[in-house]
Design a protein around this ligand. Sequence first.
Ligand SMILES: [Fe+2]
Length: 331
Amino acid sequence: MLASVEYQGRIAKTNIDFSWDNSFNIIFELLSQRFDSFNDNGFYPHPDEVALRQELKEVSTLRRLAERIRALGSNGLVLHNLGLEGLPEERRNAVLYALTLMLGYPTSTDQRTGRVAWDVKARPETGIDGRFVTFSERVGSADMHTDSSFYPMPEESFILYVVNAAQCQGGHSILIDADDIYTTLHRTAEGAAAFELLRTTPVPFRVPAVYAAGDDNVEIYEAPVFGPPVRAGDRFTMRWRYDAIKKGLAARPDLSSPALEDAVELMHRVAEQEAPRFMEQLPTDTLMLADNHRMLHGRTTYTDERRHLIRIRMSDVPNAQRVGPSGVVRD
Ligand SMILES: [Fe+2]
């Protein structure tokens, strides 16, 4: 099912070692029976997702692949040659929706359309006359963060699937494991104190203005950066988004203190520079699966605007049991 697995810390790297044969047709047929339309090939959290997952378990390649992935128990997975290269978008996204529904419950990434499959790519910015001006800032780098940090229930995991790898020197995907954050912080007494403060003190995460009700109505979610562990053997779970915390502290000075500001800056340095990290340019047809509570993720800058990834976030609990909004598009 999977070729020999190589580990880099808690990240497993491997290749697909089987043929999907007729599975794509069966998956497509099952989803076609359940979805009236594929929502512009973005899908949506299906109201009968629990039953649909049971149906998809009948596709043995899909079921066995999901079981094998779960059995790895890693915090990150890089799976090369998934086998979706060249498929039409509706087929490719159907397989990605089906696979993510075997691993969790895909959430809406776009609150307006309900899409779960989000295209991560440069979007042309147009000027006032409608003419193309430049590609958006999204070709820039992304600070290390966890997704949905400013919402009550950040999804437990997400996938990125590489449709088109960047044909330039940039666009590396970066992951940092929670243990490496912990170890790096504990190299100094100052870092250990920062960890303790960020574990015991809720910090204000500001919801990005475009997703909040309006600029006058500042939305804040308070939570510690290092939350209680939910799995045996873990020290903590993480929420981290430097810019959201900085804006939260600016909006709520009553929740700030010099010690807290220092701890946030120290953590920022650890996340951006000091902690050891996985950093690779993922090739086309690679699937990356990451734990959103036990890893930070980010991206280096790139210039090739044809770079195209698909992201789907997954919750451990069905959408009907979730509290608050799901993650946002640009996160
Ligand atoms: Fe993200």
